[in-house]
Unconditional design. Structure first.
Ligand code: G16
Length: 543
């Protein structure tokens, strides 16, 4: 083994959550903290000698020094080659693509996704396997176990190479290949979609706005939307990735992307609006006076995917996370393909995609993707929407209205209570869990509970079981309340309430989901005893 062995000891709280380890920068910057976790990855995943590894991140504060450390540790741990994005930049879907395209043994991706960045912001790290997808629970459990018994880590004495120069370099005996972050990803997108058709639509006057939120998608969106598809200069805004995202929260939701929502409801609204998050895997899409909610976006993309060349043969199946609305289930039924309900976390789609059981999948948390990579993919969703609009000749508003007319509408909303005292949040969940057996049959006005359980998932491919994945309360006739704690927050606990109700004829029930869901929202408050247990009268974010 090369390099030097440095003594360390286990750190508290290095258990990966929904999407790897996410903590404040100040936590990651503690002496040996990052090194400890990275060494635990190498110890747990046992990569073969001379393996290749993709490394990159979303450019947030601490990205470059962390990548330097990871490169030196990879060299000292016998890795043969690291492929890294220029300047340490790779969007999460681009990293997934590179792992697959180069046949790498895995990748280390640095991001805290939609969480804020900067010295006082968040940082994150996760390991993806050779399929390009987030490590399965068995692997993240093994990484955590390694953090609990670690006594030292190995690091190369030589410095990491300058990451700004594209080309071949070395760190000790290890090869380091520095690549343009956009090239391979753009080639993949061009292979999936009808770029000529989208470019033709744009040429004939179709206007779009993409908000990169000063996060990683800026260079990708600029190259693809403006320089290749011909969108007018300035169509991509906030396009320079900044270590602190310009002081904003790179979370594409109605609160943090408010300027985009305001534009799309203004008299100067372009035909299409979209935004992505810190690491480029999430997306929101809008039309003039039209917001496509993420669960609906999954359903509408699945229903229309055949309009894009890559999906012209149809989809083999659809998957959604359990809290995601059941709108996609209706599309699957109409298409005669299976639908899978998985726990929250993109890693749970991996086996279904690898096994060819599904083509398209998505989550309520603004994530949609397909079998082209093993991560959700923000720009992919934007391009699929643009392809559908170009091929159908319909506006976003018409696609949405037609969809609801054909399939009915799953009114849906998520209420987030952020930075709740962790003991109070856990207490609420424990109390609710204890009462689950007594909930079935209880009546709340016109609503009667049919079943209440804590979601457990058996992976249909490898048979692994994941328990305690969120509380589901199902009412007669289909309305649903889901309660779970987020696995991505870094401050206290984030409590999520997911509320849903289906109406075959939405024309009769108005447009506003909060109004359509009002009785369910009220019942959710009563069942969870949320205000009494947390002191919170209203959610921090409603999506
Ligand atoms: C991660 C996961 C997603 C998950 C999301 C929300 O997204 O990859 O699969 O839906 O977290 O998780 P939670 O509700 O636990 O906060 P990202 O974009 O943060 O990597």
């Amino acid at each position: 083994m090369a390099g030097t062995e440095i003594s360390t000891k286990p750190f508290e709280g290095q258990k990966p959550g929904t999407s790897g380890l996410r903590k404040k920068v100040s936590v990651f910057a503690q002496p040996h903290y990052l090194e400890n976790f990275v060494q635990s990855i190498f110890t747990a995943v046992k990569l073969p000698a001379e393996s290749s590894l993709v490394v990159g991140g979303d450019g947030r504060y601490f990205n470059e020094p962390a990548i330097g450390t990871i490169i030196r540790m990879a060299a000292a741990n016998g890795i043969g080659r690291v492929i890294v994005g220029q300047g340490g930049i790779l969007s999460t879907p681009a990293a997934s693509n590179l792992i697959r395209k180069r046949g790498a043994n895995g990748g280390i991706i640095l991001s805290a996704s939609h969480n804020p960045g900067g010295p006082d912001g968040d940082f994150g790290i996760k390991f993806n396997g050779a399929n390009g997808g987030p490590a399965a629970e068995s692997v993240t459990d093994a990484i955590f176990a390694a953090t609990q018994s670690i006594s030292g880590y190995r690091i190369e004495d030589a410095p990491a190479p300058n990451l700004n120069r594209i080309g071949q370099a070395r760190c000790g005996d290890m090869r380091v290949e520095i690549v343009d972050p956009v090239t391979d990803y753009q080639a993949l997108m061009e292979s999936l979609f009808d770029f000529d058709r989208i470019a033709g639509m744009i040429k004939s006057g179709f206007r779009l706005r993409f908000d990169a939120m000063h996060a990683v998608t800026g260079p990708y969106a600029l190259a693809i939307l403006e320089e290749t598809l011909g969108a007018a200069p300035g169509s991509v805004i906030n396009k320079v990735p900044l270590p602190d995202f310009g002081g904003h929260h790179p979370d594409p939701n109605p609160v943090h992307a408010k300027a985009l929502f305001d534009l799309m409801w203004s008299c100067n609204a372009p035909d299409f609006g979209a935004a992505s998050d810190g690491d480029g895997d999430r997306n929101i899409v809008l039309g003039q006076n039209t917001y496509i909610a993420p669960s609906d976006s999954l359903a509408m993309l699945a229903a229309n995917a055949h309009l894009a060349p890559a999906y012209a043969g149809g989809v083999t199946g659809i998957a959604r996370s359990m809290p995601t609305s059941c709108a996609a289930d209706r599309v699957a039924a109409a298409l005669g393909v299976p639908v899978f309900e998985t726990p929250t976390g993109w890693k749970f789609f991996g086996n279904l995609l690898d096994d060819g059981r599904i083509t398209i999948c998505g989550e309520e948390s603004a994530g949609t993707g397909s079998n082209h990579v093993r991560e959700k993919d923000g720009l992919w969703a934007v391009l699929l929407w643009l392809n559908i609009v170009a091929a159908s000749g319909k506006s976003m508003a018409d696609i949405q209205a037609d969809h609801w007319r054909q399939y009915g509408r799953n009114y849906y909303s998520r209420h987030d209570y952020e930075a709740v005292d962790a003991d109070q949040a856990n207490g609420l969940m424990d109390n609710l869990r204890a009462r689950l057996p007594d909930l079935a049959g209880r009546r709340f006005g016109d609503y009667t509970i049919l079943t209440a359980d804590d979601f457990a998932y058996t992976d249909p491919v490898d048979g692994s079981v994941s328990a305690n994945q969120g509380i589901r309360i199902l009412f007669e006739g289909g309305p649903r309340i889901v309660v779970r704690l987020s696995g991505t927050g870094t401050e206290g606990a984030t409590l999520r309430l997911y509320l849903e109700r289906y109406e075959p004829d939405p024309a009769e029930h108005g447009h506003d989901p909060q109004a359509a869901l009002a009785p369910i929202i009220h019942i959710a408050g009563e069942i969870t005893e949320l205000t009494a247990r947390t002191g919170r009268a209203r959610p921090d974010v409603i999506t």
